[in-house]
Ligand binder design. Structure first.
Ligand code: GRG
Length: 278
């Protein structure tokens, strides 16, 4: 399977849904709507939506069934990047090869654009299409992944790391919440909207958590910032961090045995997420 082609094809699918989900850039207040689109289009790798589509395929459903959750996780992800780049957090000037939203539109508009992207995630998910009970369960999954027990709590604990290298368990606890929770919600949510049963969903959730932690370790390896406190590269060194990512990847792939050929897109996406060069 050609993972680059899969990502490109699935990106087109989710991009069309994202385009439909957001007001046009010139709809008033135009500055806000333009700011919401600034980081969303052309966007990044669209890995989380691809994992949602692949989650539906793993349980034997057409990829399109996962569309509401695919769009929602990308909107949550984009909101988190807009807020993470703010001067009060990472204070970054560039993201996805463009000026960050606060650099382009000012800090207040960036905060509000992030807020509105988060709300749009739940709007698009609740609107379906799909059976109401599954859409409600998927909404809850994404809300949990975005909340204080996951993304936001992980970010809070990440910001609190001091200058000393942290122990591996503390680093992985942040990775699990800040990075892996949304990835797991994407895969499980795709399976949920695809009609997967509880056992399939549990296996895919575990796959998502392990893949998500390994993805974050790979990100830290690519980043090459030896001063980053919340990083296994700092705690275990480059070789130790690489070995841990590979062992998580092997565990994640082990979760997919029961799904046979249908899980091939998930296998390839996990390998890409952990061994990528971008
Ligand atoms: C502000 C609530 C709040 C949370 C911020 C997501 C996040 C938490 C911070 C962003 C920085 C960071 C290192 C996040 C970890 C997850 C990660 C590696 C994000 C980048 O994801 P990619 O590589 O990005 O999928 P693209 O641009 O390809 O979508």
């Amino acid at each position: 399977m050609d993972v680059a082609a899969y990502l490109a094809e699935r990106s087109a699918l989710v991009d069309a849904a994202l385009e439909r989900a957001l007001p046009p850039a010139d709809a008033p207040p135009a500055r806000l709507h333009a700011a919401m689109r600034h980081l969303l289009f052309p966007g990044g790798k669209r890995l989380r939506p691809a994992l949602a589509f692949a989650g539906a395929e793993a349980v034997g459903a057409p990829a399109e069934r996962a569309l509401p959750v695919a769009a929602a996780v990308e909107l949550v992800h984009t909101y988190s990047l807009v807020h993470d780049d703010l001067p009060c957090m990472d204070d970054d000037d560039e993201r996805r090869g463009r000026p960050t939203v606060h650099v382009a539109y000012g800090e207040a508009t960036a905060v509000l654009a992030g807020d509105a992207l988060l709300a749009a995630a739940f709007e698009v998910l609740a609107a379906g299409p799909g059976p109401q009970d599954r859409l409600l369960a998927a909404t809850r999954l994404v809300a949990e992944a975005a909340g204080s027990r996951a993304l936001v709590g992980g970010q809070v604990d990440d910001l609190a790391f001091g200058p000393d290298p942290a122990d591996a368990a503390a680093v992985e606890s942040v990775h699990r919440r800040k990075s892996a929770a949304l990835i797991a919600a994407a895969v499980e949510g795709g399976a949920l909207l695809g009609g997967g049963d509880a056992a399939a969903r549990a296996a895919l959730r575990a796959f998502g958590v392990e893949t998500g932690i390994a993805f974050q370790i790979a990100d830290d390896l690519l980043d090459g910032d030896a001063d980053e406190a919340c990083s296994l590269v700092r705690t275990l060194g480059v070789d130790g961090a690489r070995a841990r990512a590979e062992s998580l990847l092997a565990a994640a792939l082990g979760r997919l045995e029961r799904f046979g050929e249908r899980a091939e897109p998930l296998r390839e996406l996990a390998r890409f997420a952990v061994r990528r060069d971008r």
